[in-house]
Write a protein that binds this ligand. Structure first.
Ligand code: HEC
Length: 415
């Protein structure tokens, strides 16, 4: 991320400008100090919602639900959000607002997050996968695949005529990608640069997930149908998870993950299914879990599945008698927790719970290690010694990366 600098002369200028403009404040906030950065926060942030500081209304309308407490947060990530949402500020003002908030309310995580570029024309990042020493991302909004560039940013390598690219799974020396809306297409590439349309599933509107099981490639569609192929070209049906679901397309198969000799398929608004032969399916989801399976990962010999409600993460070990156990719940804290992504880097399992990132070393104890924004973190993947996470920073798809190096403490002044 480009770290913005703000020098003493800048601060004095800003203070002078603000001194003059203080009389134009919209809300009835209580200024807490004369700090120029704080004054800017008061001036700008109240245009859309209230901010409270130590239970005092700092700015805006604090009586409504649209109020955010000024608490330790990665404000260097939150402020770009607010600007993207229409909060007027110049680069210097952004540096001043961020500098103030980071100095007084920085979140101290044991890891360091930085922006790793955005994808113009894309709305979100819904797949991330390394292939042949490169990192690739599937984009929602412009139906493209992009590759992490040698320089800053991402290079488009495939643009499909569809809305979203999901999948990104290596199979038989090729990287596979699948599309959603309006067509269920399968693309592949042997080098990540040159792509070929391999097949299209007739009667389907979109493929939401790809997975490899017993040396076959599987595709899960937007209406809970499963298909399989040995060459990516010829596809045959491999079961319907919801045979009575009808012709609509709201039943997205969010993942196809092999575990302990079975293939697991999770449905966005439904439950979790397993197949031992890749053709017949049966439900395998704890009765006390809310419906809605989303992120999935294997970690230390167990399968982890994230739910779309309550921020729940469930764990299942191998073995016929193994049972599902709820190992994480964001209820209370963040009741709308949506666990869109799970990924492993080093000794840890990471979970994207709505816009926050949590991690665990043993599968049971979790700690919050990041807060990338209010949108869900749709995809995460390790690449090199870093974890990449995809989300949205309107109007673009945005990717952040994390390294396990703690940021220097105390110096969080935005410099
Ligand atoms: C143009 C309107 C607008 C302005 C101005 C604005 N915000 Fe927001 N803010 C939003 C919206 C929309 C959201 C997302 C919905 C929500 O959580 O209410 C949001 C969410 C937030 C959140 C929660 C984000 C998260 O990561 O969970 C924080 C914190 C926040 N705003 C702080 C600020 C601060 C600080 C400022 C001043 C720099 C500011 N906002 C100015 C519109 C605005």
């Amino acid at each position: 991320m480009t770290r913005l600098r703000f020098n003493t002369a800048g601060w004095l200028m800003m203070a002078a400008v603000l001194f003059i403009s203080v009389g134009t404040l919209r809300a009835q906030p209580t200024p807490l100090t004369n700090d120029a950065g704080l004054q800017l926060v008061i001036d700008r942030c109240g245009a859309c919602h209230g901010l409270t500081l130590k239970d005092r209304c700092l700015t805006g309308d604090c009586a409504t639900g649209r109020v955010h407490a000024v608490t330790p947060r990665p404000w260097d990530l939150v402020v770009p959000w607010m600007r993207a949402l229409g909060c007027t500020m110049t680069d210097a003002e952004q540096a001043s607002i961020t500098g103030y908030l980071m100095t007084h309310y920085a979140a101290h995580y044991p890891v360091r997050w930085e922006a790793a570029g955005s994808v113009a024309g894309g709305w979100n990042v819904v797949a991330l996968a390394p292939f042949r020493g490169r990192l690739f991302a599937g984009i929602e909004g412009n139906g493209s695949v992009v590759r992490l560039a040698d320089g800053p940013g991402w290079t488009p390598v495939l643009t499909t005529p569809n809305y979203t690219v999901y999948g990104l799974v290596p199979f038989r020396d090729q990287l596979y990608a699948a599309t959603n809306d309006p067509a269920a297409e399968i693309w592949s590439s042997s080098d990540g640069e040159h792509w070929r349309l391999k097949g299209r599933l007739a009667g389907e509107k979109g493929i939401i997930s790809l997975g490899v099981f017993k040396n076959r490639l599987y595709a899960g569609t937007a209406r809970a149908a499963i298909y399989q192929s040995t060459d990516g070209i010829n596809w045959s049906p491999a079961g319907r998870l919801l045979p009575d679901a009808g012709p609509a397309y709201p039943n997205w198969v969010r993942f196809l993950v092999p575990f302990a000799g079975a293939l697991y398929a999770g449905i966005e608004h439904g439950g979790l299914y397993r197949s031992d032969d890749g053709a017949t399916w049966r439900p395998d989801w704890p009765a006390d879990a809310q419906p809605g399976a989303r992120g999935a990962a294997l970690f230390r010999g167990a399968l982890y599945v994230g739910a779309t409600a309550g921020g729940e993460i469930w764990q299942r070990r191998a073995g016929a008698n193994a049972r599902w156990a709820r190992v994480f719940s964001a209820q209370g804290d963040h009741p709308s927790g949506y666990v869109a992504s799970l990924a492993v880097l080093g000794d840890f399992l990471y979970a994207g719970v709505s816009g926050r990132v949590y991690r665990t070393r043993d599968g049971l104890q979790w700690e919050e290690v990041g807060h990338l924004g209010p949108y869900t973190i749709e995809a995460m993947a390790p690449f090199g010694d870093r974890l990449y996470a995809g989300t949205a920073l309107p109007p673009n798809a945005r990717i952040y990366r994390m390294s396990e190096t703690a940021p220097p403490q105390g110096g969080g002044d935005g410099q």
